[in-house]
Design a protein around this ligand. Structure first.
Ligand code: NCD
Length: 351
């Protein structure tokens, strides 16, 4: 798509650090665009809210109380790129805190079919809804929408549910929430060694989680990928500047016994331009019941899902396999985020 507004081009040409300032209002986060908008302090606050939400959903009166918190708010789910988990997880989170929802998933069934621009469509949503949760294949598109709305005088928060190869901030939240819960008795997220495996160049979940994790100074990261899909240069530079100790390799075996957490990813071949994924032997970047035996007993296995063959279904029964729990955690942390964005989390104390 052509970004039509010259002023947006100027806006987007500014550094991320400057753009990030626009997503906070009165010291609070308004638009959720980039994973590293979350400070460690805010993360811990959200983890605490999510824990309480999770606990409350175990009891009928807790479920009812949660539903009363945002019964007066409506959310628009605008997902123009395929999604199962993120869409359903946000939908479930909205329902959990009592929000009504609307959705557009197939633009051919909306007025976009009649030639309406996405910009005008999003302005319509902001007139009917109190928050827009969106996924789009174009990097930066959510930021563009947030910028546009902020300049229309009728702005509502936008949550980025995945923007191209670029960012997936709420995936990073649920990844770190799962790590936090898994290592609660062992210094939490800190003082750990993390391996990211697979298509690290084009996986936005990896990018967002690495950025968020990099705020913790006392961790190490291993990047295990075919050389053509290693982490992007800019990300490596950021990690270097932040003083995070990193190691790049294409040998999964070399890290298995050393890491505390292994984050598996699928090949993102929907972004192939010339079939560049075809020649990769992905079995070299896969977990089987055989090679997981080399992992530490206390380690954990994560995956944002969907998976292909990079984790054998036989590994699912291993107590270290956290990916099904990880997707359930996504609902609680997204519900926590909604409570935070609408500034009602303090009301949990009334329960
Ligand atoms: C991820 C995504 O969409 O980036 N999936 C998800 O949201 N759980 C990872 C992927 O598609 O590989």
């Amino acid at each position: 798509m052509e970004y039509s507004l010259k002023s947006f081009e100027e806006y987007f040409a500014q550094s991320e650090v400057i753009r990030m300032n626009h997503y906070h209002v009165d010291g609070r986060l308004k638009h959720v665009m980039l994973s590293h908008q979350f400070s460690i302090q805010l993360l811990e606050e959200l983890f605490d809210i999510a824990d309480r939400v999770k606990e409350m959903t175990r009891k009928t009166n807790g479920i009812e109380f949660l539903k009363s918190l945002l019964g007066h708010k409506k959310a628009m789910l605008y997902f123009t790129q395929p999604s199962t988990r993120t869409f359903l997880s946000f939908l479930t989170a909205c329902q959990m805190v009592g929000m009504d929802t609307g959705e557009v998933r197939d633009p051919s069934l909306s007025s976009e079919y009649k030639g309406e621009s996405q910009e005008d469509g999003v302005r319509v949503f902001s007139s009917y809804f109190d928050i827009i949760i969106m996924r789009d294949p174009k990097p930066g598109f959510c930021e563009y929408m947030a910028y546009l709305l902020d300049n229309t005088g009728r702005s509502v928060p936008i949550l980025n549910g995945g923007s191209g190869k670029d960012q997936h901030p709420t995936q990073a939240l649920l990844d770190l929430y799962t790590i936090h819960r898994s290592f609660q008795q062992k210094d939490g997220i800190r003082k750990k060694r993390y391996a990211f495996v697979g298509d690290l160049l084009r996986g936005r979940a990896v990018r967002s989680s690495v950025m968020l994790l990099s705020q913790y100074k006392d961790i190490e990261m291993d990047f295990v990928a075919p050389s053509s899909f290693q982490i992007a240069e800019d990300l490596e530079k950021i990690l270097h500047n932040q003083g995070v100790k990193i190691n790049k390799t294409d040998k999964l075996e070399s890290v298995l016994s050393k890491v505390d957490c292994i984050y598996m990813t699928r090949i993102q071949d929907e972004y192939d331009l010339t079939g560049e994924s075809n020649n990769i032997d992905y079995s070299q970047f896969s977990l089987t019941t055989e090679n997981v035996k080399k992992m530490k007993p206390s380690s954990i296995i994560l995956h944002p899902l969907p998976r292909r063959n990079e984790i054998s279904p036989n590994v699912d029964a291993d107590p270290r396999a956290m990916y099904w729990r990880q997707l359930r955690n996504g609902v609680y942390i997204r519900a926590a985020l909604l409570l935070y964005v609408f500034n009602v989390a303090h009301r949990l104390d009334e329960y």
